[in-house]
Design a protein around this ligand. Sequence first.
Ligand code: PLP
Length: 416
Amino acid sequence: MVQQLTRLDTDKIRPDFPILKREINDRPLIYLDNAATTQKPQSVIDALSHYYTTMNANIHRGLHTLAEESTTAYEAVRQQVATFIHAGSAREIVFTRNTTESLNLLAYSLGSRLKAGDEILLTEMEHHSNLVPWQLLAQRSGARLVYLDVDDEGKLSMDQAHELMGPRTRIVSVVHMSNVLGTINPVSELAEMARSVGATMIVDAAQSVPHMPMDVSTLGADYIAFSAHKMLGPTGVGVLWGREELLEDLDPFLGGGEMISVVTREESSWAALPHKFEAGTPNIDAVIAFGPALTYLSLLGMRNVQEHSRDLIGYAMDQIGGLEGIQIYGPSDPAEHGAVCAFNYLDIHPHDISTIVDKYGIAIRAGHHCAQPLHRRLETPATARASFYIYNRKDEIDSLVAALREAAAVFGHEGS
Ligand SMILES: Cc1ncc(COP(=O)(O)O)c(C=O)c1O
């Protein structure tokens, strides 16, 4: 386990991630697809196995020792999440399956309050998970979707936000850090505007919570959503944070076991927060193994994680940006650009780029990254994307640049 560090030391971090010892196509793995999901430290992998080896039991139900141990371990992680994001209490932390489910929960449960003519304000840079649930709600309720445009630098206009927010705006739901552009949006400013018109402010924090300190007590949002798997934790665990008084007032999303207080043949009343939002047996093992992931990041320090991300994206934009025929999307100032670098290179299709660099052991992603409206705005069907995390080093970016030069050669662009 890492010691408290003032800066990230990748030489100390990398041995904690067994998958980084793998070779792909006889080359050491260079994993640059962290915006899709991150790799897991040994402590997280061990926690999964430890859970099944020593304490597997359903939670919140049994009175036997195993049930009490697993319940205690599960609830301890809820408290850890609350501390990690500076929530007022663990009652404000709802475990879901992922960011997508957290946002669907909100769209469903807030939806009953919307009527025809109400407006839901989104941005053109949303991931489909913060777009499709609102489209479904708009179809159900007759509410209208309104979009903030993305400018040529990949940013939003606060002037346009002022213009678009008004008495009809009921919900504002905005991504904190774009998974394509890397843009870090001024969500606190947007939250203030939302509050001034009486709208609910939701932040898709899937890419921001893993990369920067998060303090929901000062953010200004009403709800945020994020996923454990993008911050060293297992898949199958998402978080919905909401202000306690708002969650109290919100109807449940799914009905079933463990989310009730009293059930009669006709009706039911709900369990106390946060359990009224957690119907059925949850992803117990994965929630428990999320604990060591949070511990790992806390020991590194989220300011250091953020500094490391900034250092890598600055270097990547310099080095990848130095290739002739490259177009990098998003803000040109690395200080405003999260740790994702989406690009197009010459006339090579991003899928071909991804396939060629994989031959050098390098994992990047290619496609629309679940952001088709944004790609339409960028006038390209697809981009290639390298995204970084705590274990990545600058020499891995050098290897990507070398592999991109090879890709150019394969496609007949000698000397690019
Ligand atoms: C900005 C953003 N929002 C939402 C999601 C959805 O996350 P999940 O697939 O864990 O639900 C992602 C995943 O890539 C994302 O990058």
